[in-house]
Write a protein that binds this ligand. Structure first.
Ligand SMILES: [Zn+2]
Length: 447
């Protein structure tokens, strides 16, 4: 297997990737809080970790990629009231909407897609353990984690507790021993969804949900890769690590990967800034292939700027790839050329680019070179058909790793006859006939 390098935010450097088990890779990335339609930026980590999964699978690893749904949250309770639904009805509705987007973006099925609500007892027991070992305490109506109990707190975001406190907004909550302490459990008897557990009646805090789901879905206290958007680094991921250190004496994941922001006209896209674009709306205007290319053509750690022009350009790029592959596929079928074999040198160059912290830009140069050659061979009357078949076999694999999905025409007797009639009509300058056949051929993807 080739050397793979990934940028680890925890250590702040590019590191050689070595999974805990030689052949298996565990990946977890934080999923959405399902209280409304998600904005486009939510899908950047989704596409990035899907690309990483596809790349690692092609390398021969057994990849277990997991992402959660946060379906217990004060935002959900509030929205459910507004929509006059139960919390469960509301979250199920938005999970379905989210999954429609996953489908359109051609995201591989996950190993598991846990919901926070399914792990409440485990979360309560986890928090009870923290209370018992002195890292958590009850203050007023909440159970808090004591950040001072973790000498390594701040390691991920590279900040010291004192600096964080002085930079934090003044906290009027006198129930906390330290302003940075965060809630693990809210003890409440309000009219929102709540559970009777070993730590009392109430509901869990977001930071505990993920760490408990990681431990229980993988049945491990340390996994290979944990990821999410850049904004989750602090406090969410810092707090996940602190709890894992306190409970399991691990940093939860060996590699921490974070995706850069999605910008709208140069400004970070976020719900709170009111400039967010809903993913479902963008997917009505642009193909899943175009949106994947939009995210993937910029390095995953760099900011990427959303504009309609940028997405239109990606629609064009996706169409260029699709047309080239379709035309080659039709040519090969009409000439009865058997399936080709992978061109090893191109494949190696492509995979080596991705092995370098998912450098898609360099990988795309292999695709662009192959597209040029495919187009030139398809256009020639006496092109080298076995070379064309090898190129098509190779580029199909490369597209698949990028998660691009193209529907290729299948040519049977009917299609052969239509094409022959069309070509004959054009030779005879019978434009009425060729105009009649053109839309039929186009509809079948043959022109
Ligand atoms: Zn999380």
């Amino acid at each position: 297997m080739r050397t793979i390098k990934l940028y680890d935010t925890y250590q702040g450097k590019l590191r050689e990737f070595k999974p805990i088990d030689e052949k298996e890779v565990d990946i977890y990335y934080c999923g959405p809080t399902v209280y409304n339609y998600v904005h486009l930026g939510n899908f950047r980590p989704t596409v990035t970790f899907d690309l990483l999964t596809r790349f690692l699978k092609a390398e021969g690893y057994d990849v277990k990629c997991v992402s959660n749904y946060t379906d217990i949250d004060d935002k959900i309770i509030k929205q459910a009231k507004l929509e006059n639904k139960t919390e469960k009805e509301l979250s199920e509705f938005y999970i379905k909407a989210y999954e429609d987007c996953l489908d359109k973006l051609n995201i591989l099925p996950l190993y598991n897609h846990p919901k926070a609500s399914e792990y409440i007892t485990k979360m309560a027991d986890f928090i009870k353990d923290l209370e018992d070992n002195g890292t958590a305490y009850q203050g007023g109506d909440d159970i808090y984690f004591s950040v001072e109990s973790d000498p390594k707190y701040g390691s991920l975001s590279k900040q010291k507790i004192d600096d964080l406190v002085s930079g934090a907004r003044i906290d009027v909550n006198t129930n906390k021993k330290n302003p940075l302490d965060f809630a693990l459990w809210k003890l409440t008897d309000d009219d929102g969804i709540k559970f009777d557990t070993s730590v009392g009646r109430g509901r869990p805090g977001w930071h505990t949900e993920c760490v408990v789901m990681v431990n229980n879905v993988f049945k491990k206290t340390l996994i290979d890769i944990h990821g999410g958007g850049f904004d989750l680094k602090f406090p969410h991921h810092e707090n996940e690590i602190a709890q894992s250190e306190a409970h399991n004496h691990t940093q939860l994941a060996n590699y921490w990967m974070h995706c850069g922001f999605l910008l709208t006209n140069g400004v970070k896209m976020s719900k709170s800034l009111g400039n967010s674009i809903l993913a479902k709306d963008v997917l009505e205007r642009h193909s899943g292939n175009a949106i994947r290319l939009f995210f993937q053509t910029t390095h995953y750690r760099a900011p990427v700027n959303y504009t309609e022009e940028n997405l239109n350009a990606m629609d064009k790029l996706a169409a260029k790839y699709e047309n080239s592959l379709k035309r080659a596929s039709v040519t090969l079928q009409l000439n009865n050329i058997p399936a080709g074999t992978r061109i090893a040198s191109d494949y190696e160059e492509y995979m080596n680019a991705l092995a370098n912290d998912l450098n898609v830009a360099n990988a795309l140069s292999v695709i662009d070179r192959e597209v040029k050659e495919i187009n030139s061979l398809s256009a020639k009357k006496d092109g080298d058909m076995s070379r064309l078949a090898d190129l098509v076999a190779t580029i199909s694999e490369l597209y698949d790793i990028l998660g691009l999905r193209f529907n290729l025409p299948v040519i049977g007797d009917e299609e052969r006859k239509l094409l022959a009639d069309f070509n004959l009509a054009r030779e005879n300058k019978d434009y009425t006939k060729s105009d009649e056949l053109r839309p039929i051929l186009m509809q079948k993807g043959l022109l």
